[in-house]
Design a protein around this ligand. Structure first.
Ligand code: C2E
Ligand code: MG
Ligand code: MG
Ligand code: MG
Length: 285
């Protein structure tokens, strides 16, 4: 809020800041009840093979429908949940709900169902000593295979420390796949990619935006370099936040095989995503 107020005087800034702190405190305590009161739900944004146009997978994205506030954006409550530690139970709920949904899609659509669901995981979850066991338990209880799950982590998670790195290695050993989310925006060095068991690079939306802006050589260069890097390291690359046909064409030409964005599909309710699967097998076998 302070940033938007331009030449904000302290007289204006301070009350605003206190308001922010109070809102966060209240939001935090309300979030605490949100899980119990069934106010959270998941949407699924399809990921497409942008060469064949086939549905490839889906990313689970949490939503909060507050009885009074109405819709609260994850951009607002996820940071609050991360700071308070509530992200741990919230993240557990998301993991289980997404796996249960994939199991339901598999039962309903068989070969038409997507092969894996992507779940965002915060560093606080990865620091929990029981996280690997929790993932194993959710997979076995839902009847999914480890390869049916892609965990999206950020570059900063990978840099968090030895314990988190060991957790990521253990998950990878188990067969769960790991995606580096918002790739290109963080601090990671290329050598880190070799030391860390990553399977998927997700090019951040900001670089995809740069393609629409035409002559932004810097962001174009990053988008192209990430595609090449993925190819050399034999990782898959996903471009996120595709909003136009021009971006899609350009990304395809750069070598991206997978993409997600409002141009193809917004995050969908589970039943809507299921309709895409009812059309038939999503992968050439
Ligand atoms: P993210 O993981 O990078 O997710 C992609 C975000 O970009 C989603 O926003 C998605 O709706 C949005 N998006 C996708 N395509 C487009 C597009 O073409 N245009 C635009 N303008 N936006 C697009 P969303 O759902 O609001 O989530 C924002 C962030 O909140 C996520 O970024 C992720 O960091 C976090 N988040 C969401 N769900 C979860 C969750 O279950 N757990 C955790 N830890 N974080 C979550
Ligand atoms: Mg993500
Ligand atoms: Mg992302
Ligand atoms: Mg992003």
């Amino acid at each position: 809020a302070a940033k938007e107020s331009g030449k904000a005087s302290w007289q204006r800034f301070l009350p605003e800041m206190r308001q922010d702190v109070m809102n966060h405190a209240r939001l935090g305590s309300e979030l605490h009840n949100a899980i119990i009161r069934n106010e959270l739900f998941l949407l699924y944004q399809p990921v497409f093979d942008i060469v064949t146009g086939r549905l490839h997978g889906a990313e689970a994205l949490v939503r909060w429908q507050h009885p009074v506030r109405g819709f609260v954006s994850p951009g607002d409550f996820i940071p609050v949940a991360e700071r308070s530690g509530l992200i741990v139970p919230l993240g557990s709920w998301v993991l289980r709900a997404a796996c249960e949904q994939l199991a339901r899609w598999q039962a309903e659509h068989g070969d038409g169902a997507i092969r894996a669901v992507n779940v965002n995981v915060a560093v606080r979850q990865l620091r929990e000593p029981g996280f690997v066991d929790e993932v194993a338990a959710v997979l076995s209880e839902t009847g999914l295979l480890p390869r049916n799950l892609v965990l999206e982590v950020t570059e900063s998670s990978v840099l968090d420390g030895r314990q988190v790195r060991e957790t990521l290695h253990a998950l990878h050993e188990m067969g769960v796949r790991l995606a580096l989310d918002d790739f290109g925006t963080g601090q990671s060095s290329l050598s880190l990619l070799r030391a860390f068991p990553v399977d998927v690079l997700k090019l951040d939306k900001s670089f995809v935006d740069g393609i629409a802006d035409g002559e932004d050589r810097g962001r174009l260069a990053v988008a192209a370099a990430v595609a090449q890097l993925a190819e050399y390291l034999q990782l898959s690359a996903v471009a996120e936040g595709i909003e136009s046909e021009a971006q899609l064409d350009r990304l395809r030409a750069m070598g991206y095989r997978l993409g997600q964005g409002f141009y193809m599909a917004k995050p969908l309710r589970a039943d809507e995503a299921g309709l895409l699967m009812a059309v038939g097998p999503v992968h050439a076998r």
